[in-house]
Design a protein around this ligand. Structure first.
Ligand code: SF4
Length: 433
């Protein structure tokens, strides 16, 4: 049997830039110990990248390792390893991919050994799994654990008390802890400089996200969006490299708009936008390309998604602020998508449907992510009621290849697109008899 030919992805300047940034960061991680640099492990939502950089600490993100391993088809074996060691089938598969990777010698996605962390920095933004994950990782390493407790926005907004509480912890726990681990004295002007750089990148990033309001949309805000969030959600926010990445990306998207082009896909330019969707929930990573293809083959483009907001809701106006450095770090952590209650997440999806003139909401319900999945059925019903637009469910998993059933996903997607068609026909004015 002959193997299916691999389609070569079109590489634009911003993609090459991001690829080299990711490679350089893995290189930095794998050589950290020989160069005498300290390493922090930390999570994406509410990450304190600018603060970590103030202490010359290298940033390792276990979720990103799991995603990269998923895309490289390595996560299945790692998850099995974790299950063999007693972790249940229901546990978040990012966690199991990470624990399996550690158990098998801690080789990172690029095959190089990842360093033992010197500090586990847990900025706790809403998902309880984060806490349990680091409890398990902590058993493996004899290192300091720092926890920033970010109060949940249970009433749908942050209060001054919440902000003060986070700032107090930054001053009294996190900064002294990072000074202790790194031996570097905190310099607030250095933090201000990084935050200034962050806000420049954030402006470009929001411009790119909002370009999807155009018809046709020049970007796919889910499948393309997961690449666009890379630098700003991870170890690069606050660096000139990230600003340069977003400047390049903005230029490319502006050109696509000028040329009246749709998003770029792994098979070249997407033509013929037929459906504009909002997607809630993370994507599946183990069959990412096949998953994406199901959408663009049908003329469906995602114009906004919740997943691209897990590392910050910049499109609602938040920017890191060099004039209020610690306060803006607190605001950032408080406002992350995972830290928002269900009613405000529903409001956000409704807003996206209206602002981006979308045809409806598609929920990708992730088997092992309780943080996203809880309440999605209510969200679906509520969005249908408020907007009159159809909503639907598909089910996959993050990085467990056993839970991606292509036939099921394709069937559900096709039926959903038919529902949209029917709705359109129903809404069209009747021809005169
Ligand atoms: S938000 Fe979901 S994917 Fe992320 S750690 Fe929590 S359960 Fe896992």
């Amino acid at each position: 049997m002959s193997a299916k030919p691999q389609v070569e992805i079109v590489k634009e300047a911003s993609m090459l830039k991001q690829k080299s940034m990711i490679e350089a960061n893995y290189e930095k991680l794998s050589t950290a110990k020989e160069k005498g640099r300290k390493v922090a492990s930390t999570f994406v939502p509410g990450n304190l990248n600018e603060l970590i950089m103030c202490f010359d600490i290298v940033n390792n993100l276990p979720e990103i390792n799991a995603i990269q391993n998923g895309m490289r088809k390595k996560s299945g074996g790692l998850i099995m390893e974790a299950e063999k060691r007693g972790h249940s089938e229901d546990v978040c598969t990012y966690v199991k991919a990470d624990l399996g990777m550690i158990a098998k010698g801690n080789l990172g996605p690029d095959g190089q050994k990842l360093p033992d962390p010197d500090v586990l920095l847990l900025s706790y933004t809403g998902c309880f799994t984060f806490m349990k994950w680091f409890e398990l990782v902590r058993e493996q390493y004899n290192c300091e654990t720092l926890m920033l407790h970010v109060p949940y926005e249970g009433d749908g907004h942050a209060t001054k008390n919440m902000r003060d509480y986070v700032v107090k912890q930054l001053k009294e726990v996190i900064i002294p802890g990072l000074e202790r681990v790194s031996g570097v004295k905190f310099d607030i002007d250095r933090l201000r400089q990084y935050l200034k750089e962050s806000s420049k990148a954030e402006d470009h990033f929001v411009w790119v996200l909002e370009s999807a309001k155009n018809k046709p949309s020049p970007i796919d805000a889910y499948f393309g969006g997961v690449y666009y969030v890379g630098p700003i959600f991870t170890a690069f926010r606050g660096t000139p490299d990230a600003t340069e990445y977003y400047r390049l990306l903005r230029e490319e998207v502006a050109q696509r708009m000028k040329d009246g082009k749709g998003p770029i896909t792994p098979e070249g330019d997407f033509k013929g936008e037929k459906y504009r969707l909002i997607v809630e929930g993370p994507p599946n990573w183990t069959s990412f390309r096949d998953f994406w293809k199901m959408f663009y083959d049908e003329g469906a483009v995602v114009v906004a998604s919740s997943y691209t907001k897990v590392g910050g809701l910049y499109d609602l106006g938040f920017r890191h602020d060099p004039d209020n450095p610690l306060e803006s770090l607190a605001d950032y952590c408080l406002g992350c998508y995972t830290n928002r209650n269900l009613p405000s997440r529903i409001d956000l999806m409704e807003k996206y449907i209206n602002d981006y003139q979308a045809d409806g909401l598609l929920v990708n319900s992730i088997k092992s992510c309780n943080s996203f999945s809880a309440g999605q059925l209510l969200m679906l019903r509520e969005i249908e009621r408020r907007t009159g637009k159809p909503a639907a469910f598909i089910e996959t998993d993050l990085v467990d290849p056993r839970y991606f059933s292509p036939a099921n996903v394709k069937n559900r997607l096709e039926s959903y697109l038919q529902m949209i068609e029917q709705k359109r026909r129903g809404a069209a004015p009747k021809a005169a008899a």
